[in-house]
Ligand binder design. Sequence first.
Ligand code: SF4
Length: 326
Amino acid sequence: MMPLLTLDEASRVYRTRHGLFARPSEVRAVDRVSLEIAPGRTLGIVGESGCGKSTTGRLALGLEVPDAGIVRFRNTAMPLPGTPAWRALRRDMQLVFQDPLGAMDRRLTIAAQIAEPLEIHSVGDKTERADRVAQLLRDVGLRPDQAVRHPHELSGGQRQRAVLARALATKPALLVCDEPISALDVSIQAQIVNMLADIQAASGVAMLFISHDLKVIRQISHQIAVMYLGRVVERGDPDTIFAAPIHPYTRALVSAVPTPGPRRRDRIVLAGEPPNPAQRPSGCAFHPRCPVAVAGCRHEDPPARILPDGREVACHLAETPSWIAA
Ligand code: SF4
């Protein structure tokens, strides 16, 4: 199946200057990231704050332009942001943020907010738009009487449902969800995740789901990409990665996820804080925190390699059985 979205060795570098006479420094927010999302599937991106997952989401939507590499949507290079070609694509690609209140206009009713993209893209007449809004409210589990409410009259979970309804209004092919449930209670998180899975099954929308929570990512994703300091360090099938994570960073993340049943992996606690992206360590960027780093890790950036089980891992020890079995 042809991928809906492809990132091919995409990089995004920001140049910052602290002070008038200071030398500009480079922050490599996304570093040679290659990803694919098939129609109707979900790719989950997980990693700590500052790992580049949100920038990857913005590259996927064409909101950012890669400094190197290429982003393709339906096998065509992503047009530059703001161009007519890019604006036409926006109907097919929508973004959902963590903060629904910030994404909404407090003066408009929920129905008016959901109808907005239909009006912007001239979808249907007034009656058809009203029917579509009523359907979307049902799809996301909001009651008809909530259509005339304003954002501050709804709970956080209800607001996020309304934001999702608005994002789905134009029947996009791709939804980029950037930490969409992080601010919600755990019980509401589970409801939204289940709802997204139902919507995907019914509509065939593909999703790029970004979260720092590996448990949520596993629940919703068909493929997982683990990012560390701008790079994808492990990518593959969620069950394979959970059963036997290979990259030391993935192993630490997986070990921190609570598992039911008597057998629980020993938690791997990483030394140190996540490094500053502006002061990227040499060689493998994970080496200062890696519990199994070897001498070469300080100087040599490990290439991503595909393993026999189909996953991609960027670690010098990826094919070292003693480490994998440890
Ligand atoms: Fe650790 Fe070296 Fe692998 Fe990096 S390349 S994750 S430092 S073992």
